[in-house]
Design a protein around this ligand. Structure first.
Ligand SMILES: [Zn+2]
Length: 225
């Protein structure tokens, strides 16, 4: 058992299993799976379900072609990713004299990480420019630090990688996958003897698809900085 209390939505896990999440969200979910056996089981179940549906949809097509396709899907399961060591890739993220394990999902993109920059309040940040137009960052909170109270534009996902942070709603430990939006207002902080490293993702600009609102699309970028 782990102490993880916050998980991706079931829908996200199903989309992940189907390979239909956008690349940035897929990295966030994949990194959570490295910590969370419970969600690994759910993704596996979703994969099984898809495999079964595929079989039922094409009973006469149960030939080698389909078998190899299924084998490929199974190969992509997070368990097999976790079991295959990739020694050639960067496996740690360094900050001063501190070292943290780099999520496997990001080990293919180390050249896009950093450099570290300082934010107010003993907070440091390193951008991850790996994927799509989403805003992904490592956030490091030194011990006994706090971010000013803030709300979120759009959705923000925070995955704790190491250490612990606290806000008005609770205490977050490695693996916790915290989803916040404009409704949430919080003041993250760390305890006196505990630092914290997180991976955060701000989602892509809102995209209006229908009616008059779609006319706003060219401007939605302006609100996403
Ligand atoms: Zn989980």
């Amino acid at each position: 058992m782990t102490n993880i209390q916050f998980h991706p939505a079931d829908e996200s896990l199903e989309l992940y299993a189907a390979g239909q999440l956008d690349p940035a969200m897929s990295i966030m979910v994949s990194a959570h799976l490295e910590y969370c056996p419970e969600c690994r089981r759910r993704v596996e179940a979703a994969e099984q379900k898809m495999a079964t549906q595929l079989e039922q949809a094409q009973p006469e097509a149960m030939n080698s072609e389909l078998d190899s396709m299924l084998a490929m899907i199974m190969q992509q399961s997070p368990d097999s990713v976790i079991e295959s060591p990739q020694p050639a890739l960067q496996q740690e993220i360094t900050l001063g004299n501190k070292r943290f394990p780099l999520p496997r999902a990001l080990q293919a993109h180390p050249q896009h990480i950093g450099p570290w920059g300082r934010l107010p309040g003993k907070i440091q940040r390193a951008r991850v420019d790996a994927v799509s137009d989403s805003k992904m960052n490592f956030i490091y909170m030194d011990q006994d630090s706090a971010l000013p109270e803030h709300t979120h534009q759009g959705q923000e996902i925070t995955l704790v990688l190491a250490g612990t942070f606290i806000d008005d709603a609770g205490t977050y430990v490695p693996g916790d996958f915290i989803i916040q939006d404009a409704q949430n207002k919080h003041t993250p902080r760390t305890a006196a003897n505990q630092d914290c490293l997180c991976l955060t993702l701000l989602d892509a600009p809102l995209h209006f698809t229908s009616g008059l609102a779609s006319l706003l699309n060219p401007f939605s970028q302006l609100f996403f900085k």
